[in-house]
Design a protein around this ligand. Structure first.
Ligand SMILES: Cc1cc2nc3c(=O)[nH]c(=O)nc-3n(C[C@H](O)[C@H](O)[C@H](O)COP(=O)(O)OP(=O)(O)OC[C@H]3O[C@@H](n4cnc5c(N)ncnc54)[C@H](O)[C@@H]3O)c2cc1C
Ligand code: FES
Length: 274
């Protein structure tokens, strides 16, 4: 069946059930959607804010009772309009879209920068059930922007959550990659999962290669159709919405001319990643 006609791609309307403040700029929205409740960690959905826009969001949680959560950082018009919404208001949902992280049991390293912690928390919850031991490095610009510290402590154990902030107001001062080299040298990890600013993820790839550890990362690109048609999300030979958002190290090597360096703007023009 064409991707256009699938049940996942049909727009459903639903009501916001709950809104939770996570940080000064991030809120979690919970709603019911039976399709997205089947999502696996790493997949994303398209959330329609009526009269404003439709935006891609990673799925933070999906439960058997049909409940789905997304966490949203306020950065522009659509996310601002969503932040102004309250429980009971109507939104639209398409999805779930894209592939998911390959679950790997054993000794796991996760590294999430900023909102990159969102898909990784969903993955951590699912791997923790399989009795994997997870070390989670989470970073943000400031202490008040750190996300889900309590929840990560519950899933991974408090001593296995390492925190970095760029201004040094909480945890280690610096980027989330700062403690990584030493951690990977000290212990043998079976798998690294990463999500965050692309320069950070690029650094994680080179550390994974240095230490000979498998890696999967979740990438972000501009998305419109979410089903591989419009080309907004292209990176090299891949469309991030259809072939990703999760990519492994060998796929990233295939697109090394663009990964960490270039993305497309709303007009399809290549622009540098800062
Ligand atoms: C697969 C994927 C998963 C994402 N998951 C999350 C998440 O869990 N939580 C979260 O807060 N954000 C997430 N984002 C980013 C989120 O989609 C953008 O922040 C949002 O679209 C911004 O819309 P805006 O109108 O508020 O801002 P705008 O002012 O329109 O844009 C601000 C910036 O957001 C990015 N952006 C804008 N529109 C899009 C779009 N259609 N697709 C991708 N990026 C866009 C651009 O970098 C832009 O410069 C994800 C993006 C992708 C591609
Ligand atoms: S968003 Fe249209 S091809 Fe990926």
């Amino acid at each position: 069946m064409s991707a256009w006609l699938t049940a996942a791609n049909r727009l459903r309307t639903t009501r916001i059930l709950d809104v939770k403040i996570e940080s000064p700029t991030v809120k979690t929205f919970t709603f019911k959607d039976r399709q997205c409740a089947k999502a696996k960690p790493g997949q994303f959905l398209m959330l329609w804010i009526p009269s404003v826009d439709e935006i891609p969001l990673s799925i933070l949680d999906a439960k058997e009772d049909g409940t789905v959560s997304v966490a949203v950082k306020r950065v522009g018009e659509a996310t601002e309009a969503l932040h102004n919404k309250k429980a009971g208001e109507i939104i639209g949902v398409r999805g779930p879209f894209g592939n998911s992280f390959t679950p790997k049991n054993g000794r796991i390293m996760m590294i999430g920068g900023g909102t990159g912690a969102i898909p990784l928390l969903f993955l951590a919850k699912s791997l923790a059930k399989e009795k994997s031991k997870i070390t989670f490095v989470t970073g943000a610009k400031t202490g008040e922007e750190l996300l889900f510290l309590d929840e990560l402590g519950t899933q991974c154990g408090e001593e296995d959550v390492l925190v970095t902030t760029e201004d040094g107001s909480y945890g280690v001062k610096g980027l989330a990659t700062k403690p990584l080299d030493a951690l990977l040298a000290r212990e043998k990890f079976d798998m690294i999962y990463a999500c965050g600013p692309e320069k950070m993820v690029q650094e994680v790839l080179s550390l994974a290669e240095k230490h000979g550890i498998n890696l999967e990362v979740s990438l972000e690109r501009l998305m419109r159709c979410a089903i591989g048609i419009c080309g907004s999300c292209v990176i090299g030979k891949y469309r991030v919405c259809r072939d990703g958002p999760v990519f492994n190290a060998s796929q990233l090597r295939e697109v090394k001319g663009e990964f960490g360096f270039w993305k497309r703007d709303f007009d399809g023009k290549k622009i540098p990643i800062e």
